[in-house]
Design a protein around this ligand. Sequence first.
Ligand SMILES: Nc1nc(=O)c2c([nH]1)NC[C@@H]1CN(c3ccc(C(=O)N[C@@H](CCC(=O)O)C(=O)O)cc3)C=[N+]21
Length: 282
Amino acid sequence: MQLIDGKLKAAEILEQVKAGVEGQVKADGARPGLTVVLVGEDPASQVYVRNKEKRAEEAGFNGQLIRLPSTTSESDLLAVIDKLNTDKSVHGILVQLPLPEQINEQAVIGAIAPEKDVDGFHEVNGGRLLNGDSRAMVPCTPLGCLHLIETVIPDLKGMHAVIIGRSNIVGKPLSMLLLQKSCTVTITHSKTRDLPNVCAGADILIAAVGVPELVKADWVKPGAVVIDVGINRVARDGKQVLVGDVDFDAVRDIASAITPVPGGVGPMTIACLLSNTLAASR
Ligand SMILES: Nc1nc(=O)c2c([nH]1)NC[C@@H]1CN(c3ccc(C(=O)N[C@@H](CCC(=O)O)C(=O)O)cc3)C=[N+]21
């Protein structure tokens, strides 16, 4: 079994992005800028946002974090986004999800200028991805998954990819990326009948449901490539640990290659975010 090292691949991408950022600064004197908007104090969000800031700084971006109280109204948040949309020093805008319940997420995402939507969540970018339009800003986690898959399978033509999870941020966009690479794509979800058996037909199995260690050994075809998008905090022996959606210890000897959690898809998400931001600044 080959361990797919997301940390290493992410570091490679970040080196390239860093060089691109410096090139961009020399070319037009302006440093690419990423603004992250964090509403409320969700502890997991705080960790992610801090990681993003760190990586952005290392890669030479102008990073800005806007913290707003959890009581912020939708119209106040929309006003902040309006300002960022017209600010020429801001090339990428990321509004950390989830948002507090008084705020409509789709309305907020739809208010971001599509060319600054480095998450790729705006409906214009979703539509472009669906159409295979190269102007699409592609969501970071699916893009990171694709890069990791391509490190072990350079030519994806005709491969059967099975995705567990149909979310707007992972399952659906990833299905479009893999279809574009001429995979045969199956999207499964909570109502799928005989899920283990469907998964066992996969050459490439991607788990993105948020159920700790759902995927067991007999769900995996021998030699399959397994990508674990899950990040679940669970208690084990009185300690908090991170586990994925795949039962790693059971599956590792059946798969030909597998991503770990942590150190797999997570670091790739951040690397792709910064690569999207560099592209936005161009
Ligand atoms: N608008 C928006 N865009 C996002 O991209 C977005 C978001 N909202 N909300 C939350 C999720 C989650 N997310 C992660 C990114 C990196 C790691 C990551 O680097 N994880 C490390 C471990 C981190 C740890 O130790 O907790 C790893 O897997 O190795 C995890 C999770 C981005 N998200």
